[in-house]
Each structure stands twice: as structure tokens, then as C-alpha cells.
Design a binder for this molecule. Structure first.
Ligand code: GAR
Length: 200
């Protein structure tokens, strides 16, 4: 049984897609052992509680400095002994101590086709704003291993999505989620659980 910890910051629709895939058997032999948010108000925490998961907040606001926050985040992860850590809309720079503790065991979903519209400053809606202002016609989403860089780890899966005339960042964000993110993230987790994608 693959033990999964999921880190979230906001609405948690990707977390919802993982629960759906677990409930419907698309992901087999896996369980979410803990959901961690850096943001007490994240709706993702409510989704986690509704599914009976252990759901906790580790907020930088409750620590004197970044090192203490990073150490608490590492503790919160280590405590639940995950085989896999999934960053599902986790808008925090993952510190090196966590990368080192879980090398090739952390995956992230990013809402563009890496290496486009990724790296510093590209997260959430800002990615889709960048896509629309550059005028590209195809975007998408990427699941990748997390390493010490920002969005630089090995790519595990990508799916393209068309930009349409009249798109707003919000409309495009929703289409990228529906047509790419909510599909490729559960798919990669399922392949990790079955051993088709190797971790660690
Ligand atoms: C998703 O679009 C995810 O790809 C993005 O944040 C959103 C979270 O939505 N992540 C990043 O931009 C990471 N760089 P959700 O909370 O509804 O899953």
C-alpha cells in the first residue's frame, strides 16, 4: 500500500481528483495518510476532513523564522511516513531539507507545459496570465519530480490543452485543470502505486 502525503495551499481541486481516483479504483493500492496545508483557510483542508483524512496546517505565520517553519514541515511529513509526497497546488518553496529527505519521492503538478511558463513567479493564475499575454495557442500541464530548483525536476507526464479565443485567465485555468491536471496527476500516482513509474 503506497502511503501518500499531499501538500496543498488553496481550493484543493487536484486533491479532490486524487480522492475521486482512489474512490473509483483508478488508483489502486494507495492511501492518503496526511494532508498538510500552509494556509489555515485552505478549502483543501475541508475536503481532506470530509474524506476522513488526517488534515493539518503548518503555517509560516506560527513560526519565528523560515528555518523553524521548514523544520516543522519536515517533521509533519516525516511523522506520517509517506512513500510519496504529492504537491497538489502547494505554493511554498520546498526547502532543501525536505528534498533531501524525500529524494525522487516528491511530485508536483504545474499548470503549463514545462519548460514554458514555469520557474520563479509562475504559479496559479499567473501562469495562465503569462500564457494569454504571450499569445501561445497551446498550453497544458506537467507532473514532475521535485528537485532543488523551481519546476526543474524530471518530467513524468504532460498533457496539452488548446487556448481559445476570448479566454480569460480563469477560464483557461479551469480548462487546463479539467482537461489535463485532474487526469495526469491521478494517472502518475496510479503508475507509481503499480510500480510502472519508479520512485526513490
Ligand atoms: C493548480 O492549477 C496547480 O497546478 C497550481 O495551483 C493550482 C491549485 O489548484 N500549482 C502551481 O501553480 C504550482 N507551481 P487546486 O488547489 O484547486 O488543486
Amino acid at each position: 500500500m503506497l502511503r501518500i502525503a499531499v501538500c496543498v495551499s488553496g481550493g484543493g481541486t487536484n486533491l479532490g481528483a486524487i480522492y475521486d481516483a482512489l474512490d473509483s479504483g483508478i488508483i489502486k493500492d494507495a492511501q492518503i495518510v496526511r494532508v498538510i496545508s500552509n494556509n489555515q483557510g485552505a478549502y483543501a483542508l475541508e475536503r481532506a476532513k470530509a474524506h476522513g483524512s488526517d488534515a493539518i496546517c503548518v503555517s509560516p505565520k506560527n513560526f519565528e523564522n523560515r528555518d523553524l517553519f521548514n523544520a516543522a514541515l519536515l517533521d509533519a511529513l516525516a511523522e506520517c511516513k509517506p512513500d510519496l509526497v504529492v504537491l497538489a497546488g502547494f505554493l511554498v518553496n520546498v526547502p532543501e531539507c525536505i528534498i533531501n529527505a524525500f529524494t525522487n519521492r516528491i511530485i508536483n503538478i504545474h499548470p503549463s507545459l514545462i519548460p514554458s511558463f514555469c520557474g520563479k513567479g509562475y504559479y496559479g493564475l499567473k501562469v495562465h496570465e503569462g500564457v494569454l499575454s504571450r499569445g501561445v495557442k497551446v498550453t497544458g500541464a506537467t507532473v514532475h519530480f521535485v528537485d532543488a530548483g523551481i519546476d526543474t525536476g524530471k518530467i513524468l507526464s504532460q498533457k496539452a490543452v488548446y487556448v481559445e479565443d476570448g479566454d480569460t485567465p480563469e477560464v483557461l485555468q479551469r480548462r487546463v485543470m479539467e482537461q489535463a491536471e485532474w487526469i495526469i496527476l491521478p494517472d502518475v500516482i496510479s503508475k507509481i502505486a503499480s510500480g510502472d513509474i519508479k520512485i526513490g
